[in-house]
Design a protein around this ligand. Structure first.
Ligand code: NAG
Ligand code: NAG
Ligand code: NAG
Length: 402
């Protein structure tokens, strides 16, 4: 008689084998794997998905079928995927465990992967970060460290498309580590709290050190930056984006503890609803441990402002107070910054002021604004400026700050 544990091991192996049997013949060029879901939140489906990636990840396809729910109680790592196609037609639901996720960087970890598509062919696929418990805990303990839903570091040729991403504990998508060529398209992203605690720091996209990142046809409803162009990003194109409730399409923050550069950004076709600012640049001033901030060749073109507190906000004293900045003025080098075709109506939070452009007195402010027709809720608007060039392109009123 085999021992019970041996029988169980054999059964487990058999189940795994069955779960991983390619649905196409073995001699087919690329195989397809469908991991077997455990069917209960108490069963972690990550090991089954990881096995599927091990079997089919080299140029093959992994399918999360329509109508299915996979419970992800641990980090989903794409190690072993090269040129693989991960098709999410059902629901990937992460656990809400605040103890498991505490201090972890990523829920979906895409590290040094070359060639990966995570997409839904039907458009029905959902990735749920299940972040409510994390937001509630963070509200009473701001030291609670929460993971990013989808974290790309290094690698190349990554496509994330036609999915819904919802309720990340923290940031939705992050790209850094000198990743090359990433495309995000046709995404619906929303973070909505059921309690009084806001979905804090749910940045839509944090684009750090990378080249050639494209974001198009995305709809983001969140509680922090919609897209943040972070230190080291070079070559980001954003087209057709709608952001609701965010902190806008924002360069920075730059220069906190090192010299930082952001360059070659092109944003066109943005609808910005109820954000603190539609677009902006945040740089730390000089002095202390702050580094030099450089932003060059950044264009925002075709931005509709709908109930945003500011249309445009340039901050050269970020993270410090005005007394500090009198002693240590902003020294950021802003060059080739173009803001054109900005229309719509602000929220009224700052009365008649529609934009606040505070360049540093110790820096370079090569900013041009064209076709700016933003209005306050009532009356005629004004734009506050400091240290801006005479050919800025809008009529300035003194008194910019921040
Ligand atoms: C400015 O950035 C855009 C977007 O990345 C790029 O297409 C363009 O070539 C850049 N221009 C220069 C002069 O580098
Ligand atoms: C924007 O804010 C206004 C005022 O608070 C609110 O009435 C409106 O529903 C909000 N719009 C969206 C799309 O959330
Ligand atoms: C500002 O940055 C641009 C682009 O990187 C560079 O060409 C220029 O020399 C810099 N200017 C200053 C004053 O540092």
């Amino acid at each position: 008689m085999p021992s019970l544990s041996k029988t169980l091991t054999a059964l487990a192996l058999l189940t795994q084998t069955l779960a991983l049997t390619p649905t196409k013949p073995l001699n087919a060029r690329a195989s397809t794997c469908t991991p077997k879901a455990g069917g209960s939140s108490s069963v972690d489906d990550v090991p089954a998905i990881t096995s599927a990636i091990a079997s089919c990840g080299k140029g093959g396809t992994i399918v999360i079928p329509a109508g299915s729910t996979y419970y992800l109680n641990s980090v989903l790592d794409f190690a072993g995927c090269t040129g693989c196609d991960f098709q999410v037609e059902g629901l990937l639901k992460f656990s809400s465990s605040t103890s498991y996720w505490e201090g972890r960087t990523a829920m979906i970890n895409i590290k040094n992967i070359n060639g990966l598509k995570i997409r839904s062919l039907t458009g029905a696929g959902v990735i749920d970060g299940n972040g409510q418990n994390a937001w509630d805990l963070f509200a009473s303990d701001s030291s609670y460290a929460r993971p990013t839903l989808l974290y790309i570091t290094g690698g190349s040729n990554i496509e994330i498309s036609s999915l819904r991403q919802k309720n990340p504990p923290n940031v939705f998508n992050s790209v850094k580590g000198n990743t090359k060529r990433v495309t995000f398209s046709h995404l619906k992203m929303d973070a909505t709290s059921k309690s009084d605690n806001e979905p804090k720091n749910t940045d839509g996209f944090d684009i750090g050190a990378s080249t050639d990142v494209t974001i198009s046809n995305v709809d983001v409803d969140n509680d922090d930056d919609c897209v943040a162009f972070k230190p080291g990003c070079d070559g980001v194109t954003v087209t057709d984006i709608t952001c609701t409730g965010s902190h806008g399409l924002s360069v920075g923050s730059l220069g906190k503890g090192s010299s930082d550069t952001v360059k070659n950004i092109y944003v066109s076709g943005a609808t910005m609803i109820n954000s603190t600012k539609a677009l902006g640049i945040k740089t730390y001033p000089s002095g202390g441990s702050h580094g030099l901030s450089t932003a060059s060749n950044v264009t925002w073109s075709g931005v509709v402002v709908d109930g945003c507190d500011y249309a445009v906000q340039i901050q050269s004293c970020y993270g410090e107070n005005s007394e500090y900045c009198e002693e240590n003025p902003g020294n950021a080098n802003l060059s080739g910054i173009v803001i054109e075709d900005v229309s719509g109506v602000t929220s009224g939070k700052y009365g008649a002021v529609t934009s606040n452009l505070n360049c540093g007195s110790g820096g370079t402010c090569d900013v041009k604004i064209g076709s700016y027709t933003v209005k306050p809720k009532s009356g005629s608007g004004k734009v506050l400026c400091a240290n801006t060039p005479s050919d800025l392109g809008v009529t300035c009123t003194a008194g910019a700050s921040g």
